[in-house]
Design a protein. Structure first.
Length: 126
């Protein structure tokens, strides 16, 4: 026993032609721009009033976070320098102790002057 299935493939007409789709897309894009301009212009004077206060708060929080990170960096440099210098002292290698001390001193100085370096770079933009 054999089954044969016959069917007719029907051409479906698209609901919207490509030209209509492009037109709708363009109209949507233009309307989005118009609405965003209206919202921006309407709320711009409201936003400008609180921008300075918000920037000052964000700047203060950012500086506090940088100071915390720098303090952690100071302690990490001091702990690792002490550990490496004690290891070098156990090997009785004075030259290596001096090299390790200078290496961590340069790292500590970089950490210390890092915010000043960022402020110097910022001043070039002004």
């Amino acid at each position: 026993m054999q089954f044969h299935v016959f069917y007719c493939k029907r051409k479906k007409k698209p609901l919207l032609s490509d030209r209509t789709k492009k037109l709708l897309f363009t109209v949507a894009k233009i309307s989005f721009m118009v609405v965003s301009l209206c919202l921006t212009q309407g709320s711009l004077h409201v936003l400008a009033a609180g921008v300075d206060d918000n920037i000052a708060k964000a700047n203060k929080m950012g500086l506090a976070m940088w100071k915390i990170m720098l303090t952690i960096g100071y302690w990490a440099a001091a702990i690792f320098a002490s550990k490496d210098m004690i290891t070098d002292l156990g090997n009785s290698d004075i030259k290596q102790i001096v090299r390790t001390g200078v290496k961590y001193l340069v790292g500590y100085a970089f950490i210390f002057f890092f915010l000043d370096l960022l402020n110097l770079i910022k001043s070039f933009g002004n």
